[in-house]
Design a protein around this ligand. Structure first.
Ligand code: AKG
Length: 427
């Protein structure tokens, strides 16, 4: 912006306790130049104005941080310190009360705090991994700012990430076997009357008339074979593309367990602790993964049959389900049509029509009213006697197969192997 403060200028001075001026070390200057190219040329272009919910003192802090970044005197350390104060304060705002009641302006503040902190962290090329983590937190908890700048910053930082340590020659005599948990040996038998129909590439009309309109589940084959994920994805590929990224993980084998919880961790740690380690169960199950990691989104498509819905393509929710053998999604129902696409490993599923709801004993509380109290594979028939007469449809979903789960259809899922599925919720 003409007459504005420009980002690229050298520091005009330095803070008393913080001698590092805002001029990048020569080795980091390419990285810094690439980052600069993503930001508005002048400090005014940052659009640091917020709604009434945000106290003016916080806006002032953000403006001071931006002044430091844009060369209005100061140092890297003071800039980092200010951004961390903004982050601490806005983090509190994000975590008080219910998520849906959080004012979006606080999510914008948090995103700016993350942006400024990440820039300070990698200014001298030093803390790129921490900067990526900071941007990921901004993507997960903040609102989108400056045309999704946090995702674009990560795109620039990724090639500068330190490579994972490799053993030196002589350290290891033979290649170490990869410790991926074996799949389940005892694959459940599927009885004929319960079996879900399988079809190869039915026409849109055939699918609509025979399955969508009458709301019947079906397994579609041959409809996603051309998606790149079918050939490319493996645990190693996920680690290579997304290892350094911070994502939410569900810890525990099912969300109805007392000890189940959610945490944030890197994909690398998730793979080491939950995919390669037999003693823990965790699930990387989330709807933001593909927005957060565009490299993975490029490998999938949208099933053609979604065009039969009334909504726009942008309204489709795409969920990732990545976890070890034994991960269970308890019997529950969802308010939209679902295509569950199996990419890696196999899953064992039980489906029940909404007409069976009474025999499935949904939890009474508001939070879990869409979840059954029955443990499908080991039902307590003394407590839930009608479950015995509930009519199940079952299947083993293998890579390349797509299961259509109609709206409100109850579904129970157990991974038989290390598994990656992608589900599409559409209306
Ligand atoms: O694959 C899973 O574990 C659960 C999938 C699911 O519940 C869904 O897509 O709605």
């Amino acid at each position: 912006m003409p007459g504005g403060k420009e980002l690229s200028g050298p520091a005009q001075g330095s803070g008393a306790q913080s001698p590092t001026p805002l001029v990048p070390a020569p080795s980091a200057s390419t990285l810094w130049a690439d980052l600069q190219a993503l930001l508005p040329r002048t400090r005014e272009g940052l659009q640091l104005d917020f709604g009434e919910a945000v106290e003016s003192s916080v806006v002032l802090l953000l403006q001071q941080t931006a002044d430091l970044l844009y060369g209005e005197g100061g140092s890297l350390n003071s800039c980092l310190r200010l951004s961390e104060i903004v982050l601490d304060y806005s983090w509190e705002k994000l975590n008080i009360g219910k998520w849906r009641d959080v004012d979006k302006e606080w999510r914008r503040v948090y995103a700016y705090g993350c942006l400024f902190k990440a820039l300070c962290l990698c200014h001298d090329g030093g803390a790129v991994a921490e900067a990526v983590r900071t941007c990921d937190l901004g993507l997960l908890m903040g609102a989108s700012i400056l045309d999704n700048v946090l995702a674009r910053v990560i795109g620039v930082l990724q090639p500068h990430l330190p490579r994972p340590k490799r053993p030196m020659a002589g350290d290891v005599k033979e290649p170490l076997p990869k410790k991926i948990r074996p799949g389940s040996e005892d694959v459940p038998a599927i009885k004929a009357p319960e079996r879900i129909v399988r079809l190869r590439c039915p026409s849109l009309e055939y699918f609509r008339d025979n399955f969508l309109l009458p709301q019947k589940p079906v397994i579609l084959e041959g409809v996603v074979d051309h998606w790149p994920c079918m050939k490319k994805w493996s645990v190693e590929y996920i680690r290579r593309v997304a290892g350094s990224r911070t994502v939410p993980v569900e810890v525990g084998s099912r969300y109805t367990d007392e000890e189940w919880s959610q945490t944030l961790m890197s994909v690398d740690d998730f793979i080491s602790q939950y995919i390669e380690n037999e003693n823990h169960t965790g699930y990387l199950a989330q709807h933001q993964l593909f927005d957060q990691i565009p490299e993975l989104k490029q490998d999938i498509g949208i099933p053609d049959y979604c065009c039969l819905g009334k909504g726009e393509e942008d309204d489709i929710t795409v969920n990732a389900w990545f976890g070890p053998a034994g991960t269970i999604s308890p019997l529950h129902q969802d308010p939209q049509q679902n295509f569950l696409v199996q990419v890696l490993g196999r899953k064992y599923l039980h489906l029940y029509s909404p007409a069976q709801s009474e025999k499935l004993y949904p939890h009474e509380g508001h939070l879990l009213h869409n979840t059954s109290q029955v443990d499908v594979e080991e039902p307590d028939l003394a407590s839930f006697p009608q479950f015995e007469t509930a009519e199940a449809q079952t299947c083993i979903l293998s890579p390349g197969q797509v299961l259509f789960i109609p709206v409100q259809y109850w579904h129970y899922v157990r991974a038989l192997d290390t598994s990656f599925s992608v589900s599409f919720w559409w209306s």
